[in-house]
Design a binder for this molecule. Structure first.
Ligand code: ZN
Length: 452
């Protein structure tokens, strides 16, 4: 029999397990067989993967689609994602009326997304908590996010007036009742921030390091304790998203216990590669802030040992013009979805010898498991044929103009990373070939409806 596609003689990366040379057969959009090296079978299309890694397509657990150009982001940002080997993503969806707005937002994604996609609901009001169980069932969403940094005045400035510890605890109680439910939390004690921020402003500080000083790592750690403790009392698994400080990770290690609900940890590529001392000025403003080299190194140890289970981008596709005029007024966040693989290969595999199967687990298998996506995240018969093919000797130079993103800059611009994505494949369709998007990709992305 003739297969649809064969990825021939590559180094196949089995997340969390190891690397083995062989060929992967694809039929009907799924993996149909894995062949030992040099055993060949017929196929309509063969891609020679000699000396290349065949990895499961990345699933970015943390993106903000719609923060750039709401009408165009599904188109531009998912195609940017493909260039980085990303075949699936989760985007945070916030709306006063989730019941009325989620359907149209999903349809907008289905009309133009080139990657598969799912949602995490942003819980910002009592109404959201009350409706969560029904919304979860209706839209297949098992994960939510509570923004502790939108308490009080910070939240009011964004139109959120109900974010407090009662909302957090209510969300945890609701999350505990959702099958597969997990509550992600932005941990940063916004009530203490002014104590640091006002003197820095008064002193005329206007540098990236000041952004770290106005919200030091322990303000994240303090919130992590509250979230983990309340999660235990409510019986709800929690996820500390975009962890930035190694002190927070040390606390999680102490709080984890086999008899308690899990405390998951996600970090993002910028906390694994950039610091408050990086020479990138206002472009590096993000919440939580970039920290020290010791934090970067400590978080990498967490990735290596599995204490950090997922790695995302926190992709925010705004324009460069919003990153000023000073550190205080610049917008927070930056794009990064296409840089996940180059950054983790360069900083993790190349510099720190973190096994590639560990990196693959943190960017595919663990994401699929945490967010209840069966059939993705592994290279095994029956799983979706989603792949990132990587040339480990190649190089990625970050040139913003080379990506279709709405965003026109990158905190990594000018940097070079070892490792280059050559092909990206979504359910058997080759969408990136030798580092370039194939022309006229329709809208192959599907909505990830989760119903564990
Ligand atoms: Zn956040």
């Amino acid at each position: 029999m003739s297969h649809d596609l064969i990825l021939k003689n590559g180094e196949i990366v089995f997340p969390g397990e190891g690397v083995r040379r062989g060929s992967v057969c694809v039929d009907g959009g799924r993996i149909s067989d894995i062949l030992p090296p040099d055993v060949m079978s017929d196929a309509r299309r063969v891609i020679d993967c000699t000396d290349r890694f065949i990895m499961p397509g990345l699933i970015d657990p943390h993106t903000h689609i719609g923060f750039g150009n709401k009408e165009a982001d599904w188109f531009t940002e998912t195609r940017t994602a493909l260039l980085g080997g990303v075949t699936g993503l989760f985007s945070f969806w916030r709306s006063d009326d989730l019941g009325a707005s989620t359907g149209p937002w999903r349809e907008s994604g289905e009309a133009s997304a080139a990657t598969d996609f799912g949602f995490h609901f942003g819980v910002t009001s009592r109404r959201h908590v009350a409706e969560l169980g029904a919304l979860s069932k209706r839209f297949g969403v098992t994960s939510v996010k509570v923004y502790l940094m939108y308490k009080g005045a910070t939240g009011a400035a964004k139109g959120f007036t109900e974010v407090d510890d009662a909302l957090l605890f209510g969300a945890l109680q609701a999350g505990a009742r959702i099958p597969g439910g997990v509550v992600g939390v932005h941990c940063e004690n916004t009530e203490v921030i002014p104590v640091f921020r006002e003197p820095l402003k008064a002193a005329g500080r206007n540098d990236l390091k000041a952004w770290d000083e106005q919200s030091p790592g322990f303000l994240e750690t303090e919130n992590v304790f509250r979230v983990a403790f309340f999660g235990e009392k409510a019986g709800c698994p929690v996820n500390i998203v975009h962890m930035s400080a190694v002190e927070s990770l040390d606390l999680v290690r102490r709080l984890r216990h086999p008899g308690r609900p899990p405390i998951h940890v996600e970090t993002c590529i910028h906390y694994l590669s950039l610091t408050r001392d990086s020479d990138i000025g206002f472009l590096g403003k993000v919440n939580p802030p970039l920290r020290s080299q010791a934090d970067v190194d400590g978080l990498w140890e967490g990735v290596r040992e599995g204490a950090i289970s997922t790695i995302g981008s926190d992709h925010v596709p705004r324009k460069r013009a919003t990153k000023g005029p000073d550190i205080w007024q610049a917008t927070a966040g930056f794009p990064g979805i296409a840089q996940i693989l180059p950054v983790i290969m360069h900083e993790g595999w190349n510099k720190r010898e973190v096994p590639i199967e560990t990196l693959a687990a943190a960017t595919s298998r663990n994401v699929a498991e945490l967010y209840s996506v069966p059939g993705k995240g592994r290279i095994a018969a029956g799983f979706d044929a989603d792949f990132a093919i990587l040339d480990p000797e190649g190089e990625t130079a970050v040139v913003p103009e080379n990506y279709p993103s709405h965003s026109d800059y990158s905190p990594y611009e000018g940097m070079r990373f070892r490792g280059r994505v050559t092909h990206t494949i979504l359910r058997g369709d080759v969408l990136v070939e030798e580092g370039a998007l194939v022309p006229d990709i329709d809208a192959p992305g599907r909505y990830l409806f989760r119903a564990p």
